[in-house]
Ligand binder design. Structure first.
Ligand code: SF4
Length: 92
């Protein structure tokens, strides 16, 4: 999205947050097969590459990562059978 304001041009880059509720992951491998640039299997769970960790509410560890290109993360979330991958747009 581009805004013009007093002869200045502002570019806003779309951003999404990808969140993995790792405690719920059953390790099926679908996310890593669909989007190997962002997902890898580590033992019996998947890992969101380059993510930071934060405590979940009552349910344990969550991995989170901001991305400016959604790539196939929405497909990975849609394919997750639990589901435990959530994608939210945080900036247009
Ligand atoms: S698709 Fe969902 S359940 Fe399967 S490995 Fe990925 S995060 Fe875990």
């Amino acid at each position: 999205m581009i805004f013009f304001l007093k002869k200045k041009v502002f570019f806003f880059v779309a951003k999404w947050v990808v969140e993995h509720h790792k405690d719920l992951c059953i390790g099926c491998g679908a996310c890593a097969a669909i989007e190997p640039k962002h997902w890898v299997m580590e033992g019996d769970k998947s890992h969101l590459i380059g993510s930071t960790k934060k405590e979940g509410n009552a349910d344990g560890l969550h991995e989170i990562k901001e991305v400016t290109d959604l790539e196939s993360n929405q497909e990975a979330a849609d394919a997750c059978p639990v589901p435990c991958i959530f994608v939210k747009k945080i900036q247009d």
